[in-house]
Design a protein around this ligand. Structure first.
Ligand code: ZN
Ligand code: ZN
Ligand code: FE
Length: 762
């Protein structure tokens, strides 16, 4: 008889809602081990005893091959005297005192559940809420921890006998699956047509498919909010959706069955893996020229935002229609995604011709995530459903809970606690009062789930950001104002767990500088604690201030004015010449003396100006539109043709685009191909980055460069800059976990605050 040993193991990390307890149960029983496993507020507790070799074997398995969705944090193990447990069981959850268990993100429908949905003989045939321990809703239904059915929005659905039997059977895939459901006991689908007629259950799906087939606009309740859908192959349906949603130009995302992917795009292996990943983000792919989609789905760009179905409801809908659907957030332009049923019916009534509804409440809103593959790695553009609130591990433990409130556009907030950062799902544009309410609600919710009451609050320096006002209204002990571009760089450092100083190339649309000017083309040298602005793009007038972001043509005039010393060139592109004539009386005041035209070093606005010079776009429906289109047409292998001028300014190096602006103007006037001009511009900017970084390396000895800020959503610029920097001997970092745009700002704000207040409030 071998010796009996006992171990009490507590594990934190993402261990709830991932089938961890059933896994422990099965493996313990298989080894004749006794004791119990239970969820507690910290994660999972295992009290286990049995033969020493069996126990050792179990412990090895636990650490080396836990369930696929689990992310183990700390594993603490103590020996204990034998307790003579009678067998092994899954014990009642301990509500505990601190809610520190990591809350899992939502998981796309697994293959086994999908097979059941499609099997006419299965009791879950065509049931849209089928899930198991490996898949299904998590974050969007969790109201409190520990993660048990009673703490989710499934609490109101008593389990039927058949589901209970599965839930209790350790050999079943649904053993302790909290959102378990079937047609007899789970949420019910219903469809409400324009005529007010309601169809229930299976008829509801047919009603919704019928509406899409007829070219109608469908509002459907998804996982983290309402979506608007229409047939993606019908230009008339897409046009209706755009006009009713007041979304004229932004590319729309498409959801399609996996069998359609090859007809729409040619994803490589990394892109395909992302499409199929359990987060199921929208992946920006190079669109096939012959993709059978309406032209107005994604006009002007060569890319297509594609996602695969991620709930049984989506699978059934897309399969029912037999074609891809446009799927976009259920809101009017710039409002947060609707999650409340009454709200949605009211807000979306003018947009949708019919509603596909169900009775499972949404606890937490989460828009779809968006990502793109750059140089073989995921470069997130929006980190939301399926990704938030999975923790981002930090380089060290913070001494006190910290909140970064985020920026004004693409807002997220970020909580630092212990050695992880938790970023909220995408909240979006804070201009709208509903967005500010969504922000407050989400902060309350995440604060409760993760048991964080921040004592340090970090915010942008901009006094007019709604997030800044919200920060100032919070009852925190310490507030820290963080310069916008410093926050971008710190965000990159935090996600890569870097502590050494680096050369940060921070290119975006706009952020308030420490000198009160509008920055956006910055070379910052330093670390999370402090940075020095060692170089920047040459300042140029921003005609009309913030509104210039929608007027690439005015930015082009501002750059021309500067490049030609207060005159305009003889050979102006025709469209700009007309504008210059119309605005001629204003130009000397605005561009010469700066009337209502602050100075900016924005790289985003430089892209706008070049796009307008190339004749690509005069006015933009959204910030960054012209830059996206400039990238789309650019020849990727254009030879070097233009060069920025790098010179020493009074306080910092100045990277001056004037020679590039003049050369572009001459080439366009000479009738040169737009793609060649655009490609050469990208290359020139990449060369300018490397030239500047090399000067800063000479001065500081720092050989590591970080690329951050929204301009680096531009894959061509990242590729050119990275290869040129690498050739010049630099180590190059870019974002792979959080967005390079303002969606990642909150992490950087919080990380700067953590560096300045390592243990504030303790
Ligand atoms: Zn499943
Ligand atoms: Zn049931
Ligand atoms: Fe920014």
């Amino acid at each position: 008889m071998c010796v009996t040993e006992r171990a009490v193991i507590s594990i934190d990390g993402v261990v709830q809602g991932v089938g961890f307890r059933p896994f422990v149960y099965r493996e313990a029983v298989a080894r004749n081990l006794r004791g119990f496993v239970r969820n507690d507020a910290a994660g999972v507790l295992i009290d286990i005893e049995g033969g020493a070799p069996d126990l050792a074997d179990f412990l090895t398995l636990l650490e080396t091959s836990p369930p696929p969705l689990a992310h183990l944090g700390r594993v603490r193990r103590e020996a204990a005297p034998p307790a003579h447990h009678p067998g092994f069981r899954i014990a009642q959850s301990d509500a505990g005192t601190r809610a520190t268990a990591m809350v899992l993100a939502d998981v796309a429908t697994c293959d086994a559940c999908l097979a059941e949905c499609l099997d006419p003989l299965d009791r879950r045939h065509r049931y849209p809420f089928t899930n198991c321990t490996h898949c299904g809703p998590r974050f969007t239904i969790i109201e409190r921890v520990p993660y048990d059915r009673a703490g989710t929005t499934m609490a109101g659905f008593p389990v039927c006998a058949a589901c209970q039997a599965e839930y209790d059977d350790p050999s079943n895939r649904r053993f302790h699956a909290q959102p378990i459901a079937c047609p007899d006991c789970g949420p019910v689908l219903r469809f409400r047509g324009a005529d007010g007629v309601e169809l229930a259950a299976d008829g509801a799906l047919d009603g919704a498919v019928g509406l899409l087939e007829a070219g109608g606009i469908l509002a459907l309740k998804g996982l983290g909010g309402y979506h608007l859908a229409c047939d993606a192959t019908r230009a008339d349906a897409v046009r209706t959706l755009r006009s009713r949603k007041a979304r004229d130009a932004k590319p729309l995302a498409v959801m399609a069955d996996v069998s359609w992917v090859d007809r729409l795009a040619n994803p490589d292996a990394v892109e395909m893996a992302l499409l199929r990943s359990s987060a199921r983000p929208i992946v920006l792919l190079a669109r096939r020229a012959d993709a059978p989609l309406a032209d107005n789905v994604a006009p002007g760009v060569g890319t297509l935002g594609l996602m695969l179905p991620y709930t049984p409801l989506h699978h059934l809908l897309v399969a029912g229609l037999g074609r891809p659907v446009v799927l976009t957030s259920g809101n009017r332009a710039d409002e947060p995604i609707a999650t409340d049923d009454l709200d949605a019916l009211e807000h979306l009534a003018e947009i949708a011709d019919g509603f596909l509804l169900h009775d499972r409440p949404i606890a937490m809103r989460a828009d779809d995530s968006v990502t793109r593959v750059v140089l073989g790695k995921s470069a997130p553009i929006r980190r939301s459903r399926g990704m938030a609130p999975l923790p981002v591990p930090l380089a060290r433990t913070v001494g006190t809970p910290i909140l970064g409130v985020g920026g004004q556009q693409k807002n997220t907030f970020c909580l630092l606690r212990g050695d992880v950062a938790v970023l909220s799902p995408h909240i979006g544009d804070m201009d709208h009062p509903d967005a500010r309410q969504a922000w407050r609600d989400s902060l309350d919710h995440l604060g409760r789930l993760f048991d964080v009451t921040p004592t340090v609050v970090a915010h942008d320096l901009h006094p007019d950001y709604a997030s800044t006002s919200l920060a100032l209204a919070l009852p925190a002990a310490t507030r820290v104002g963080v310069q916008h571009h410093h926050a971008h760089l710190a965000s990159l450092m935090a996600e890569h767990r870097l502590d050494q100083p680096m050369i940060g190339v921070v290119f975006d649309g706009a952020g308030l500088g420490t000198d009160g000017a509008v920055w956006g083309g910055e070379f910052l040298v330093g670390d999370a604690r402090a940075v020095a602005r060692r170089a920047h793009l040459a300042p140029v007038r921003l005609p009309g201030g913030d509104r210039a972001a929608r007027r690439p043509d005015r930015m082009a005039l501002a750059h021309l004015w500067r490049a030609y010393d207060g005159k305009l060139p003889r050979d102006m592109p025709a469209a700009l010449a007309a504008l210059a004539d119309a605005d001629w009386h204003l130009l000397p005041a605005m561009l010469g003396r700066g009337f209502q035209s602050p100075l900016t070093t924005s790289a985003g606005r430089l892209f706008d100006a070049v796009a307008a010079l190339c004749g690509i776009r005069r006015s933009a429906a959204f910030e960054g539109q012209a830059a996206m289109e400039l990238e789309a047409v650019a020849h990727r292998t254009a030879p070097a043709r233009y060069a920025f001028d790098l010179r020493e300014g009074p306080a910092a190096w100045v990277l001056d685009p004037a020679p590039v602006v003049r050369a572009v103007t001459e080439d366009v006037a000479a009738g040169m191909d737009t793609g060649a001009v655009a490609g050469a511009f990208h290359r020139a900017l990449a060369d300018g980055i490397v030239q500047t970084a090399a000067r800063l390396r000479d001065e500081t000895g720092i050989t590591v460069v970080g690329l951050t800020g929204g301009v680096f959503q531009n894959a061509l610029l990242v590729e050119l800059a990275t290869s040129t920097l690498t050739d010049a001997g630099f180590g190059v970092y870019r974002h792979q976990r959080v967005p390079c745009n303002d969606g990642g700002l909150s992490l950087g704000q919080a990380w700067v605050a953590a560096a300045l207040h390592p243990a504030a409030g303790d």
